[in-house]
Design a protein around this ligand. Structure first.
Ligand code: FAD
Length: 467
């Protein structure tokens, strides 16, 4: 069976980028078709990324907090883990959000076409679905095809004991010994979940620090706090995996490599994601895709073909949902004839680990590389009443200022709730606030947020007596 559709805008992929673009375009009065190969809308983020990982991290936090209370006079019994119930709760969170998107599409009369889409020309796309092929003729297209997990050639592929982030989120069991291959955000978040559920976690990272994108002073605090939870092997890599009946035997190389083979029950491969640019026959539409699979775009999110736009993970780093959403709005508005460009001063990054690590704007390392004249101000949480009352003083808040003007160029926080706190620093950077603006803003007491105001006051020299 073959269907033909004509539309003003076709959006390829219904992740945070795709659905946001489709909804904004429809709200602006355009006729929109949204193409998605998954059963539900929401892309990686809602189905196998941001949302399910946070649902499981919530479970981990409650377990860890309950354990920690024993030091403060409240002892709970050992947690009874019911994996089936945790899994169905996580699935219900996904269903609530993806179902919500489906309703929002209907409200806006966005036509959802289920199936895998490929370009067949500069104004045509064919979607292969369960009901056959749908041929779509479009005036404008927005490519929001996202990214996929990277696998490694020397890791067994068809062994169910080797999992990626999607496999980890399925939560099939709680392995005794789990190796997390890659010390980035996704690996550490999933390691946090499995550790709370009872797994012994080892993390191997090729770089000399975990989460290489963040400043070392921030990551160091996280790493020190987690030495009791994780066996962390930095400057080390996996060179071979021998899959035997009784376990996966791993050989390491590098500075902190253990001797001989080490046995694990499961390996979580979390070494990054690759863009899906090569999977959509972009060449048929004349759209250039680089050798890695990224699609270059202008600040209006246009590809080299004027009426075809691209957004989200497929256009480059950072591969984050909030970046995709903002790009989506720009692309949709430009198509609707509005003047808009994607030129953010900063895009926040957050590791929802324990403690959390969050940073935005220029990092200290980037400032040095760019030869910026900066000064940092650090507020240690050992001096925060709220952190002391929460028994979580391992954190710190750092602001990065332009030395001459005191303008906030960036900031980073490590500690509980760092991710929620970061918004204030994002606003400061985006609005071009300086130390006086932040320092004179009255922050409620006792909050962890106070540490942001206090860091600004440290820069201004009005606070000097810190522990
Ligand atoms: P995607 O979400 O990848 O969506 C693309 C969609 O397009 C997919 O549904 C795919 O099926 C569909 N598609 C692709 N090609 C075709 C085709 N040819 N035809 C039809 N459909 C197609 N980001 C954050 O900001 N915060 C987080 O906390 C966070 N946590 C994460 C945790 C994990 C475990 C993972 C894996 C990722 C996480 N991310 C997080 C990253 C985030 O998920 C991505 O940055 C975001 O989903 C990118 O959105 P997107 O719209 O570009 O693409």
């Amino acid at each position: 069976m073959s269907n033909d559709i004509k539309t003003q805008v076709v959006v390829l992929g219904a992740g945070p980028g795709g659905y946001s673009a489709a909804f904004r375009a429809a709200d602006l009065g355009l006729d929109v078709v949204l193409v998605e190969s998954r059963k539900t809308l929401g892309g990686v983020c809602l189905n196998v990324g941001c949302i399910p990982s946070k649902a499981l991290l919530h479970v981990a936090k409650v377990i860890d907090d309950a354990k920690a209370m024993a030091d403060h006079g409240v002892t709970f019994g050992a947690p009874q883990i019911d994996l089936d119930k945790i899994r169905s709760w996580k699935d219900s969170v996904i269903a609530q959000l993806t179902g919500g998107l489906s309703g929002m599409s209907k409200q806006r009369k966005v036509k959802v076409v289920a199936g895998y889409g490929k370009f067949t020309g500069s104004n045509t796309l064919a979607v292969e679905g369960a009901d056959g092929t749908t041929n779509i003729t479009f005036d404008n297209a927005i490519i929001a095809a996202g990214s996929s997990v990277v696998d490694l050639p020397f890791i067994p592929k068809d062994d169910e004991r080797v999992i990626d982030s999607t496999g980890a989120l399925e939560l099939k069991d709680v392995p005794g010994e789990m190796l997390v291959l890659g010390g980035g955000i996704i690996g550490l978040e999933m390691g946090t979940v499995y550790n709370a559920l009872g797994s012994n976690i080892s993390v191997v990272e090729f770089a000399d620090q975990l989460v290489p994108a963040a400043d070392n002073d921030i990551v160091k605090i996280y790493t020190k706090y987690n030495k009791k939870n994780f066996n962390i092997m930095l400057s080390t890599k996996v060179v071979a995996v021998d899959a035997k009946e009784d376990g996966l035997y791993v050989t390491f190389e590098g500075k902190n490599a253990p001797e001989g083979q080490v046995r694990y029950d499961k390996i979580l491969v979390a070494v990054g994601r690759k863009p899906n640019g090569h999977l959509i026959a972009a060449d048929k539409a004349g759209v250039n895709v680089d050798e890695r699979g990224f699609i270059n775009v202008t600040n209006e999110l246009r590809t080299n073909v004027n009426h075809i736009f691209a957004i989200g993970d497929v256009v480059g780093q950072p591969m984050l949902a909030h970046k995709a959403v903002h790009e989506a709005h720009v692309a949709a508005e430009v198509i609707a004839g509005k003047k808009h460009v994607f030129e953010p001063r900063c895009i926040p990054s957050i590791a929802y680990t324990d403690p959390e690590m969050a940073w935005v704007g220029v990092t200290e390392r980037e400032a040095k590389e760019q030869g910026l004249n900066i000064e940092t101000a650090n507020f240690p949480w050992a001096a925060s009443g709220r952190a002391i009352a929460s028994a979580r003083t391992e954190g710190k808040t750092k602001l990065i200022f332009e030395k001459e003007t005191g303008r906030v160029l960036g900031g980073a926080i490590v500690g509980i709730n760092a991710g929620e706190m970061l918004g204030e620093i994002c606003l400061a950077v985006e609005m071009g606030a300086d130390a006086e603006d932040v320092g004179l803003t009255i922050h409620a007491h006792p909050t962890l947020n106070e540490s942001i105001g206090l860091a600004a006051e440290i820069f201004e020299g009005s606070i000097t007596d810190l522990p």
